[in-house]
Design a protein around this ligand. Sequence first.
Ligand SMILES: Cc1cc2nc3c(=O)[nH]c(=O)nc-3n(C[C@H](O)[C@H](O)[C@H](O)COP(=O)(O)O)c2cc1C
Length: 456
Amino acid sequence: MKFVALNGSPKGSKSTTFYCYQYIKKYFPNYNYREYHIARKIKKIEKNQELFNEIIREIASADGIIWLFPVYLLHVPAQLIRFIELLFKEKEKIRLAEKYATSFSTSFNFYDHIAHQYIQAISEDLGMNYIKGYSATMNDLFSKEERKRFRLFAKLFFTNCEEQFLPEKVTIPIKKNNFQYSPEKIESVPKRFNYRIILVTDTKESDHSLEQMIQVFSQIIPNELEIININNLSIKGGCLGCLKCTADNICFYTDDIMATYQEKIIPADSVIYAFSIKNRSFSSRMKMFIDRSFFNGHRPVFKGQQNAYLISGPISQTTTLRESLEGSQDVGKVHLVGIVSDGSQDSNLITKKLRSLAHNIIWGLGHNKFTRHQTFRGKGGHKIFQDLIQSYQTILRQDYLYYKKNNLFDKPKNFFGPSSLILNPLMRIDRFRKWFLAKAGDHIENRFKEILEKTE
Ligand SMILES: Cc1cc2nc3c(=O)[nH]c(=O)nc-3n(C[C@H](O)[C@H](O)[C@H](O)COP(=O)(O)O)c2cc1C
C-alpha cells in the first residue's frame, strides 16, 4: 500500500510532527511512502504548477493520505490552509473518493481537537474515509510509552486501510447558495463617539456580500471605523514557528505585520474581523495575519476589547471555525460581542443584526469594557498556558516575566484556609461529615439570601 504524507508544518523536515511521522515510517517499513513539505514549500507550490501537479498525481495514486501538522492559533497553520485552497480549486479533477485519510499533530493540546476536526471535515468533503487522527504532545517522541501509542495508532490506521473498514462520516456537506446581501439604502448615523474601532478584513471585490456588510456596518455604527484590508499590507510570509520572537517580542520578518498589531490592533478598543468562509475556514491570508500575531506570545494583549466578526458564508455549518473564533477571544480575555453572518439569506434581518451588533459594541465600551466571565475555553486555556510557560520559562521568557509580574500564575487555593488542618481529619468521621455538609449548605444559602435581601 502507498501513503502520501502532507507535512503542514512550516518547519519542514525539522518539524517535531515530521519526526514523529518518521518514527512511524521506520516502524512500518513494508509500505510505500511519499512525503511533501507542503507548508514549508508553499510559495514554491503556488508558483510551480508542475510541482503541484506532481503532488496531486502522487495523492491520486496513493491508498491513503496522512495529514501532518502542528496546531497554530487554535487551528492548522496558514500554509496548510493555503495548500487546501489550491487543492479545492482542482477538486473536480482529483479522484480521492473512498481513499483513506488520517491526521497526526503535535502541539501542547490547546484546541488540537478543532484542528483535527477541520482536517476531518476537509477529508470528508473530498470524499475520503477519515480514520480518527492522533494528537501528540510536543515531547511524546522522547517517551517509550508514547512511542508505543504512536505505533498502535499507526497499526490501527494501516489495518483499517488494508481491510477497507468503513468509518462513520460525520461531516455534513455544506449547502451552497448564491445569496448576496443587498440592503436597502441606509443613512449614515452621526459619529458621536470617539473610540478606536478597527475593522480588519481580507475582502476582495468579488466578496460582494461581505463588502456590503462592511459598508452598512460602517454607516450604522456611531463611531469612526478604520478599515484595514490586509490585502493592502506587505506580508512577507506565514509564521515559521522559529520562536525568535520569544526573546524580545520581535518577529524576524520586516514587513507591515508588527506595526499593524502594535500601532492599530493592540491599542484598539474594538476590533471587528470581516471575512468570507472558504472551504470551511477563513482564507489563508487571514490565517497568516492571525498566526503572525504570535510575536505577542501567550499574553492577553487584546484584553477587554469588544470584538466581533462579520462573516459571509455558512458559519452555522462550520462549527469548528466558530469554536476556534470563540475560543481565541475567550482565552484572550476579549469580549466577543457577536458574530453576524449573511447565513440567514435575508437582507433585512442582516441589517437588523448589524445594527444590534453596533449598539452592543458601543454599549460594552461605555460600560467599563464589560466582559462576560471566561468559560471552559478561556479558563482551561489559561491553565494550559500557565503550565506551558512555567515548563518552558527559559524559552518563553517574555511570557514568563509577564505572567509573574501580573500574578497570572494561579496559586493553589484552599477554600477553608488553615481551618482545613482541623477539618480534614474530622471529615473522615461519618457523623461529622454529614453534619458538616448540611451545615455548609445552610451557611452558603444564608449568605446568598443575605445578598438578595440587601439588593435594592
Ligand atoms: C505560531 C504558533 C502557534 C501555536 N499555537 C498553538 C495552539 O493554538 N495550540 C497548541 O496546542 N499549540 C500551539 N503551538 C505549539 C505547536 O503546535 C507545537 O510547538 C508543535 O509541536 C510544533 O510542531 P512542528 O515542529 O511540527 O511545527 C503553536 C506554535 C506556534 C509557533
